[in-house]
Write a protein that binds this ligand. Structure first.
Ligand code: GLU
Length: 507
């Protein structure tokens, strides 16, 4: 099996493109095949600097690797279509020789004029096709001498000659049989007047030359496939298998997921941060939002594919094992950001704390938070890990550590303080200050012991201590919080609390 991912470098890679690359990757790895990256950059007008680098960086971040590509080379190099120009011209001329294509010389104005004329005659959206071509300036209508002359001038395109009265049928691995009549098709340009191929020609020629066996791509390319099928027939080449992946839909199901939807609903549609080189506009990526690559990959795998077992969490290796095209659905897949967060959370829980320390430290420093040792940072991460879905939440949920509570508390929270404990807190401070070995177990024993000797249930003691130390009503295990804050800081915070609440006149 040989598969390829063939993006056009016209901007950042959309998350739907990442899914296409992922499905190709999973199949290649599952079947011990090869995976090719090919950059389809023949439309120079849409070329965006930096897009190719972005695509490679994004896929590398996701753990999607290639066997051949512009960044690693390979037996079918070059892998950028703009560097393969001569190859396509040769094949376009071959099709003219075989009678499957012809030269056309019409100017923009003449094409426009044709459209107007046929529209006026009642034709809907007139195209260059079996009916109209005979009224146009091309090598099928002009005398051979004039054709020669015009060819010498060098201003021509090569168009595909769509045969009349044919039903083009092909089998799509996801959709089943697809059939289109040639009267629905137009004579697409294969080679442009600047000598560059169009997508159709370059795509088919390269898939053939690179030995691609399975063309797996987004549904938006389904309408191009009948032409590709005819091109394979014209060249007399063996056709690859086709599979068109379902669209990624907006969360409400109403249409294709676009960048605008993401902006409006507050979630990224790109894997990595992207800065538009012409407008300077910056779009956030999943990486910067705090997703793990394994979370993104797992979530994307589920967008259109249904595992056979009742299970949703997979590592990339497990996906390679479980994935198959048979279980990819035809129906569009709705994007669900909450689900993406949930999937990421399951992966976050499984990540060893040491790796999280590495991931969190730069974020911690970027926020200008006080220096923290690796040991402290691991303790904090351990405390926050269960609840956090995204990396920054690990930092946000330990706010108590780097932000001492402000007093007075809101009156609602003040109402939750236990007066007996507040009054007695100075003695607690002494005991805590004198605690010999500052371990979670000793802290827990001390708190329980003192609560018992005061005859207070823990349910009253813990909320008051939590409010005094963190200003919050809930959060991670209080004994762990006390431990990680450290003896000095705990004593300081309680003293400040006592200053505000311990000396209040009795009523
Ligand atoms: N260059 C096309 C794209 O941008 C490739 C489509 C295909 O895979 O055939 O997606």
């Amino acid at each position: 099996m040989v598969v390829r991912f063939a993006p056009s470098p016209t901007g950042p890679l959309h998350i739907g493109g990442v899914r296409t690359a992922l499905y190709n990757y999973l199949l290649a790895r599952k079947h011990g095949g090869r995976f090719i990256l090919r950059i389809e950059d023949t439309d120079q007008t849409r070329y965006v600097p930096g897009a190719e680098e972005y695509i490679i960086e994004a896929l590398t971040w996701c753990g999607i690797t290639f066997d051949e590509g512009p960044h690693i080379g390979g037996p079918h190099a070059p892998y950028r279509q703009s560097e393969r120009k001569a190859i396509y011209a040769q094949y376009a001329h071959l099709l003219v020789e075989k009678g499957w294509a012809y030269y056309a010389f019409d100017t923009e104005e003449e094409l426009e004029e044709m459209r107007r004329r046929f529209e006026a005659a009642g034709m809907v959206a007139p195209q260059y096709n079996a009916i109209t071509r005979s009224y146009m300036k091309n090598s099928l209508t002009l005398p051979p001498e004039e054709v020669q002359e015009r060819l010498q001038n060098g201003k021509y395109v090569i168009r595909f000659l769509v045969p009349r009265g044919r039903e083009v049928r092909f089998y799509d691995e996801i959709r089943g049989w697809v059939s289109v009549h040639t009267k629905e098709m137009d004579d697409k340009v294969l080679l442009k007047s600047d000598g560059m191929p169009t997508y159709h020609l370059a795509n088919v020629v390269d898939d053939h030359l690179m030995g691609v066996t399975h063309v797996i791509r987004g549904e938006e390319w389904l309408p191009s496939t009948p032409l590709h099928v005819l091109l394979y027939e014209a060249f007399e080449w063996e056709m690859p298998k086709f599979a068109h992946l379902p669209l990624l839909l907006r969360p409400d199901g109403g249409g294709k997921l676009s960048k605008r939807d993401g902006d409006q609903l507050g979630f990224p549609v790109f894997p990595l941060r992207w800065r538009d080189p012409s407008t300077g506009e910056v779009s956030e990526g999943y990486r910067e939002r705090g997703f793990l690559p394994e979370g993104v990959v797992n979530y994307l795998a589920l967008l259109g594919w249904h595992p056979s077992e009742n299970r949703e969490i997979f590592t990339i290796e497990e996906l390679i094992e479980a994935f198959s095209l048979e279980r990819v659905s035809k129906a569009g897949a709705r994007f669900d950001f909450e689900k993406a967060r949930w999937v990421n959370q399951q992966h976050l829980r499984a990540v060893p704390t040491a790796r999280l320390v590495e991931l969190i430290r730069p974020l911690w420093e970027a926020r200008g938070l006080p220096p923290v040792s690796d040991e402290k940072l691991s303790m904090l991460i351990e405390l926050a890990k269960e609840r956090a879905a995204l990396l920054p939440e690990l930092i946000e949920s330990v706010r108590f550590y780097y932000e001492a509570p402000t007093f007075p508390l809101s009156s609602e929270r003040e109402g939750k303080l236990n007066p007996a404990l507040v009054e007695n807190l100075s003695e607690w401070i002494v005991a805590l200050r004198e605690l010999q070995s500052w371990t979670v177990e000793n802290i827990e024993a001390l708190v329980k012991h003192r609560a018992k000797s005061m005859g207070l249930p823990l349910g009253k003691v813990l909320p008051t201590l939590r409010l005094a130390l963190t200003g919050e009503e809930s959060g991670a295990s209080l004994y762990h919080i006390i431990h990680v804050l450290g003896q000095g800081e705990v004593v300081r915070r309680l003293e400040r609390f006592v200053e505000v609440y311990g000396v209040r006149p009795r009523v």
